[in-house]
Ligand binder design. Structure first.
Ligand code: KIV
Length: 289
């Protein structure tokens, strides 16, 4: 473990003391570096990479190799934040052996500190197997985008008493299976509050209200790099897509008008060298090849 790395013990203490845990997704070195400089506690190399950096329209297609590439990039960039490798669809749902093998790859090849996987039910056994293999696991219940089709779309989960009870029981089961923290996604505030109170491990909310022990947002959403309709829980703290588009348009215009590069962006050479170079014929230069 890198010196200064946030430990799972410190995370557990944060729940006890009420210090909020701040998590954000990260997929590349500049983003990871800025997040560490901003004092973010946990970097999730989320399978949302499929949508926000790889151009897919769901999280399902992203592969283990693509996730490992991104995780390695983030892990080698940062020291303190805990780096979570998000196990992609298909990497843990076949068998315990497969799940442990892929979790090992996140740690050994990707440099992740821990892994995250979605769901309860069949995922409980996978969590227990990975934890038994020595790799800490973050759970994820509520809206689980990998199985969005089974859930009937991107919908708030746990809105009836029966479904809320089920969520509570899933979260308790994940804690019992060994999860060190659990993401609650798109869950009514009182349900998330009840789950947070019932668990001894921290909850990290996304669309789960203010009572969770921590919060997570997708980097591109919070910076306004994604545009258009966003889920209700997304708060855009910046509008970088506007800034980037406008910078690129100005660059385009300046190149076309000859305003860029200006003298301050160019390199000079000594006068005598330039004089000699000016006398060089193309044929002479060609002979030097
Ligand atoms: O992949 C991801 O970014 C996530 C967060 C939305 C929690 O799982």
């Amino acid at each position: 473990m890198k010196p200064g790395k946030l430990t799972l013990t410190q995370l557990a203490e944060m729940k006890q003391t009420g210090e909020k845990i701040v998590m954000v997704t990260a997929y590349d070195a500049p983003g990871a570096r800025l997040a560490e400089e901003a004092g973010i506690d946990i970097l999730l190399v989320g399978d949302t990479a499929a949508m926000v950096v790889l151009g897919h329209d769901s999280t399902v297609p992203v592969t283990m190799d693509e996730m490992l590439f991104l995780t390695r990039t983030v892990a080698r960039t940062v020291d303190r934040p805990l780096v979570v490798g998000d196990m992609p669809f298909g990497s843990f749902n076949v068998s315990d052996e497969d799940a442990v093998r892929n979790a090992n790859r996140f740690v050994k090849e990707g440099g992740a500190d821990v892994v995250k996987l979605e769901g309860a039910g069949p995922s409980l056994q996978r969590v227990a197997a990975i934890v038994a293999a020595g790799i800490p696991v973050m759970g994820h219940v509520g809206l689980t985008p990998q199985t969005e089709t089974m859930l009937g779309g991107f919908k708030t989960q746990g809105r009836t008493a029966a479904r809320a009870r089920r969520l509570l029981s899933d979260a308790l089961a994940l804690e019992a299976a060994g999860c060190f923290a659990i993401v609650l996604e798109a869950v009514p505030t009182p349900v998330a509050a009840r789950i947070t109170e019932a668990l001894t491990v921290p909850t990290i909310g996304i669309g789960a209200g203010p009572d969770c022990d921590g919060q997570v947002l997708v980097y591109h959403d919070l910076l306004g790099l994604t545009e258009g309709r966003a889920p209700r829980f997304v708060k855009r703290y910046a509008h970088l897509a506007d800034d980037i588009r406008s910078a690129l348009q100005t660059y385009r215009d300046e190149v076309r008008e000859g305003a860029y590069p200006a003298p301050e962006h160019t390199y000079a050479m000594p006068d005598e060298e330039l004089a000699e170079f000016s006398e060089t014929s193309v044929e002479h230069a060609d002979q030097e090849r």
